[in-house]
Ligand binder design. Sequence first.
Ligand SMILES: [Zn+2]
Ligand SMILES: [Zn+2]
Length: 427
Amino acid sequence: MKRKILAVVLAACMCAGTGMLLSSCGSHTFKTDWEKDATHHWHACEDAGCGEVSEKAEHTFDEGQITTEATDTAQGVKTYTCTVCKQTKTEAVTFNGLSLSQYGAATETAAFQNVTVTQEGTETVDGETVSTFLITKLDGGKYSQAGTAAGQVTEAEEEDAESTGAVRTALLFFTAIKHSQLTYNADTKIYTAAADCQIAVTDNDGVTRTYKDFKLTFTGSQVSTVEAAYTVDNGAGSTGTGTLKLTFAAYGTTAVAQLLYSSTYAEVVDFSNFGNVTLTEKIGDGSAVTVMIDSGNVSGGGYPNDPDVVISSFSFLTEISSAKYTYDAASDTYVASGVCYEKDGVRIENVRIGLASDDSDTMRLVSLEYDVVSGSVTQHRAYTFTAYGSTVVEEPNSDGDGDQGNNGDNGDNDDNDDNDDNSGIDD
Ligand SMILES: [Zn+2]
Ligand SMILES: [Zn+2]
């Protein structure tokens, strides 16, 4: 009998050990609402004067949310919430983004030195969706299309690359989006542009893309990504939407080889495109000679013998495939190594060309070097092409009427076409 009473008392004591069991035992009735202090939450007993509590535990705060964004002039607030009782606590958020001056420096044209820009996105116009993926090199204010390696871009992609100007708008973004229009999230480190921040860009085909909803990220003091949504209006009733993401990477390096597109190459070595160009020729260790080329016509400028030799001797360039060139970042030139062209025992070797874009983004030949090899004789030739479109060179060598002289030169030019490369060694 005594033993049985003891067992009942023991059971009651076990009940008293935990609130839950006690509750079910009927000894206490706990409120369903949580009571809490700065560190704990619990259920209190409803019974008057009873201090018993149930499920008392420390708060389990979530990962927190920025409830007030920090700015470069004021701290923000991050609020953590207990996942059980909804108790909150806050902490100050220090601005770790870019100050106004830092933002200005990071987005200045000069800040983008040898940057590889990867453009990704999709665009849907009249129900048709296309994806874009382009790699561009941005260097100061200059940009050029590039592939992951020479020859990896198909013709269709090449056309797309040359007609799509989205990456070119990158610099426009930075000019247009002001630091004051951005909201910075200290957690995600993303700058979000105000809704009214829009930039319209019309490409050569008359298609206008209006970019908005910008999101910018920075790594240290350098632009890392730019994301935007945009609307498309082709001006002829077709409209659509698109997304754009630009990733800026490999600052100061040349991780990506610049592609020499076949169409670009064909254009830059077509001398009929050369309008009023000043050409300086230097053969071997000889002194430099300057002539002027204008749409295939050559005028003297001091060239000693036959000015047409200058232009006609370049005709081998069109015989070299653009795929033979690789980009040499150190010298910013395209190099075709080894024998590039051979005719009548004369070889053109180690061709090296430098390109630059003009105001209308047309690529132009600015430098050309090669070796002319005949037997055991190797002659190095170097040319620079400057002052496109200007007329800085007179025609001192023309005999009498300058136009006549030019016409005569043209005649010579045709004659020289047959021995373009011979003229190379004759010099
Ligand atoms: Zn109680
Ligand atoms: Zn809690």
